[in-house]
Design a protein. Structure first.
Length: 91
């Protein structure tokens, strides 16, 4: 997620949406390099839940301003059954 997405409660907003919809995964801030200031999300859900999740997080909380979204499909083996906020990723 690109835009004004750090320092505005964006990760907590994403966490709430994920828990509401039953989406598994994580969210974290990005620091350094070309991704500085962005938020990264790994989300796992069935198609209908994923569509609803993406629609909600693209709107973000009122104090945010999402200007871009990059989606990459992944086959990452994720064994957790919940959604969480994880440590900031530094490049």
């Amino acid at each position: 997620m690109k835009g004004k997405v750090q320092g505005v409660g964006f990760r907590y907003f994403v966490l709430g949406v994920a828990k509401q919809l039953g989406v598994q995964g994580w969210v974290r801030n990005r620091k350094g390099g070309e991704y500085d200031g962005n938020v990264e999300i790994l989300a796992i859900a069935e198609d209908s839940k994923m569509e609803a999740f993406l629609a909600e997080v693209q709107n973000g909380p009122p104090s945010s301003n999402v200007t871009g979204l990059e989606i990459q499909e992944s086959i990452e083996d994720f064994k957790e059954s919940c959604f969480s906020i994880v440590d900031t990723h530094r490049q």
